[in-house]
Design a protein around this ligand. Structure first.
Ligand SMILES: Nc1nc2c(ncn2[C@@H]2O[C@H](COP(=O)(O)OP(=O)(O)OP(=O)(O)O)[C@@H](O)[C@H]2O)c(=O)[nH]1
Ligand SMILES: [Mg+2]
Length: 467
């Protein structure tokens, strides 16, 4: 190793977000914009022409696969363009940025370097964060109550029927554990597939097992228990509790210790628009799930994570993703809803002394803006190619033709978003095809990828490290 490698500072950026929030697209767009010099007028080091070059380093950690940037770009570059698939395993990437410092003194020592380390993982695994601080009994009580809620009950019926037919205090029984775990996993997956806006208590690996497919670590499920009653030795409940603890020890703690405990900066990506499409209940659900996850990141000695944290996250950016689904005149309202949804997490981070930012962004902009005249009124529209099968009224799109869409107005008062009925807010978003990602031209220059405020996000997260 060269001395310069050892002296290069490393910034660990946490990209946090539930499944579908836009992590993989964000990381791909971030790399591409840094490596191929995107249009980033609000990213000061780039705008000031101080970035010499940025490139992907060979993987620093032999045990973790490299983020498959090239494959994601290739997917986006297909004809017709496709979005990357939902992430199934953890991966990591190191981008080295060579830049000239803004300070004359540091410039005198030549080009400076920064390593930027980013991890991508299936968003479902985040649902495991809150488990670490819960006992098996407490988790069971929450999970069983949640499964009985109206929106989830229809998916959970087979598992709830199974629970009604067993005695948690009967002697342990492997077949019962296997059956319970498989019905519980089927419920979580069914709920997710039937209603993508529905968040459950996890465990995340039941939804996205990764390399734990079929592992005994996943043969447990919640049971209807009195949280205050202790579990008799040798009972089914005691066996389940032991496996829950093993899952925490062997799966959850290492995941967070290795990838979340040493973050310097964090961007929390939130898809606010998806739940908005489904109404206030879905938004409240997102609020609850995010709060449970982000709670673990609070500082102070009382959390297990804080105890592990050598470094402290000093800057957090909360970002509402996919802002290209709405006209820019609504971006302020989108930010206001994001503030409401992440209110408590933001409060905790600020109180702990971190700098907190809020932004509506699109890492990869799939639409452009237009105005459509309807009667005497000019409506702010967005124009893009809706994904095949998307509909507006009776119209079903074929994935090939462009359409101008008025998705509706976001509520002026963000509180109203939480209280709207299903599909009641007169808002309807459709998914668009990604923009065409052109291969580099004969001169090797790649065309810049369109985005909305990705440059501001980069400036907030990296700007001062590149000063
Ligand atoms: N229009 C638009 N859509 C986006 C953007 N970012 C993400 N999306 C959409 O959101 C979907 C999910 O994005 P991903 O980046 O795969 O989400 P993720 O957080 O990695 O999800 P998991 O891998 O399941 O955890 C994509 O397939 C796109 O449909 C964006 O900037 N603009
Ligand atoms: Mg992903």
């Amino acid at each position: 190793m060269l001395l310069t490698d050892m002296l290069t500072p490393t910034l660990r950026l946490g990209v946090t977000g539930l499944s579908g929030a836009g992590k993989t697209v964000f990381i791909t767009a971030l790399i591409r914009n840094l490596v191929s010099g995107g249009r980033l007028p609000f990213f000061a080091p780039e705008a000031e022409g101080r970035i010499e070059r940025a490139y992907l380093e060979p993987q620093p950690d032999d045990a973790v696969p490299r983020f498959d940037y090239e494959a994601h770009l290739e997917t986006l570059g297909c004809d017709p363009p496709q979005w990357p698939e939902s992430t199934r395993r953890l991966s990591q990437v190191r981008i080295t940025i060579e830049y000239r410092s803004a300070s004359a003194l540091r410039r005198a020592f030549g080009v400076s370097r920064l390593n930027l380390d980013v991890v991508d993982y299936p968003g479902e695994w985040l649902l495991d964060l809150p488990l670490v601080e819960q006992s098996y009994q407490a988790w069971s009580a929450i999970a069983v109550a949640q499964a009985r809620e109206a929106r989830r009950q229809k998916h959970a019926k087979a598992w709830l029927d199974f629970l009604d037919g067993i005695d948690p205090f009967a002697p342990k029984d492997e077949q019962a554990a296997l059956k319970g775990a498989s019905l519980f996993a089927a419920y979580l997956k069914g709920a997710r597939a039937g209603d993508p806006g529905l968040h459950t208590t996890g465990p995340g690996r039941f939804l996205m097992p990764g390399d734990l497919e079929g592992s005994p670590l996943l043969t447990f499920c919640p049971l209807p228990l009195d949280p205050k009653r202790s579990l008799p030795r040798g009972s089914l409940a005691a066996m389940m509790a032991r496996r829950f603890e093993s899952y925490k020890a062997h799966v959850v703690r290492p995941f967070f210790r290795d990838h979340f405990s040493r973050l310097d900066r964090q961007i929390v990506l939130v898809d606010v628009l998806g739940p908005l499409n489904q109404g206030g209940q879905a938004l409240a659900d997102l609020q609850g799930a995010l709060d449970a996850v982000l709670r673990v990141f609070r500082s102070g000695a009382s959390t297990w994570l804080a105890a592990l944290l050598g470094r402290r996250i000093d800057k957090l950016l909360f970002a509402a993703t996919k802002a290209d689904h709405i006209h820019s005149s609504s971006h302020d309202r989108l930010e206001a809803i994001l503030r409401l949804v992440t209110d408590r997490a933001m409060g905790r981070a600020s109180a702990a002394g971190a700098t907190v930012g809020v932004e509506a962004l699109a890492a990869l902009r799939a639409t452009r803006e237009a105005e459509a005249k309807v009667g005497d009124e000019l409506l702010p529209c967005i124009v893009g190619v809706p994904m095949p099968g998307e509909r507006v009224g009776a119209k079903v799109f074929n994935g090939k033709e462009e359409a101008a869409i008025f998705p509706g107005d976001l509520p002026q008062n963000p509180e109203d978003a939480l209280h709207s009925g299903a599909r009641g807010a007169q808002i309807h978003f459709v998914r668009f095809r990604p923009p065409r990602v052109l291969p580099p031209g004969p001169d090797g220059e790649a065309a810049a990828l369109p985005h909305i405020r990705l440059d501001r996000a980069l400036d907030f997260l990296l700007g001062d490290w590149l000063a």
